[in-house]
Write a new protein. Structure first.
Length: 231
């Protein structure tokens, strides 16, 4: 997989952290959003959706409409800044401090049409985790060599981490148009699951070294765990 863009979603109310600017919280001495942006330094462009006082050079900043409208509205705002020739985008939450370029490369490799091991979002149940407690392997069942629309990590319980994934821009734009019509013209409050419904998704189990790149920080305890891993 060659060139790609990156859209990092830095909105949200962080209610479980008392409403702080969660993406700005440091892990290993760096704001979480900066760690995510560092994992996609080779992406063009890099777009941060949300409020930010300072961002690394070259990063575009935009706000979702309305501000606080949720991840789908934020994704739409980020994709609006991508050029017509941009084929692939990494769509990432800003609270993934353990994300690495290696992990992004792993995801990008799974968009190869030679790997048909994928299934539509919302179709079937997730596989049970293996007995040894490792991550659930990618699974499929469609056959026919259908090209995946995206690839995302799954956690240790087989749950998709949809905001730690890479996606074909055309598929996301089509999904955004569909969802906008379904919701009467507004994407505010729309769930990510609704956006991805019907897309063919390649589920990827992290098998590399180091901590799980899909680990997100929703609570103070999560931040403490990430700090331990980042040492």
């Amino acid at each position: 997989m060659g060139a790609y863009a990156a859209v990092v979603l830095a909105g949200g109310a962080a209610r479980r952290m008392g409403g702080v600017d969660k993406p700005a919280r440091p892990v290993g001495g760096r704001p979480m959003r900066d760690r995510v942006l560092a994992a996609v330094t080779d992406a063009t462009p890099r777009v941060l959706v949300g409020a930010a006082d300072a961002v690394p050079a070259g990063v575009l900043v935009v706000r979702e409409d309305p501000p606080g409208g949720g991840p789908v509205a934020a994704a739409a705002a980020g994709l609006a800044l991508l050029g017509p020739d941009t084929a692939v985008v990494a769509l990432l939450a800003a609270d993934l401090p353990l994300l690495t370029r290696t992990a992004i490369g792993d995801l990008l490799s799974h968009l190869d049409p030679e790997t048909p091991d994928a299934e539509p979002t919302g179709g079937g149940s997730a596989p049970a985790p293996p007995a040894h407690g490792g991550l659930v392997p990618a699974h499929g069942g469609l056959g026919g060599g259908r090209r995946p629309d995206g690839a995302c990590f799954v956690d240790g319980n087989g749950r998709r981490q949809s905001l730690c994934g890479v996606w074909r821009v055309a598929a996301l734009r089509t999904a955004l148009d569909r969802l906008t019509v379904e919701r009467g013209g507004s994407l505010s409050g729309a769930p990510v699951r609704a956006l991805l419904a019907g897309l063919v998704v390649r589920e990827v189990a992290w098998s590399g070294e180091g901590p799980p790149p899909w680990f997100d920080c929703d609570t103070d305890e999560d931040v403490r765990r990430a700090e331990e891993w980042a040492r």
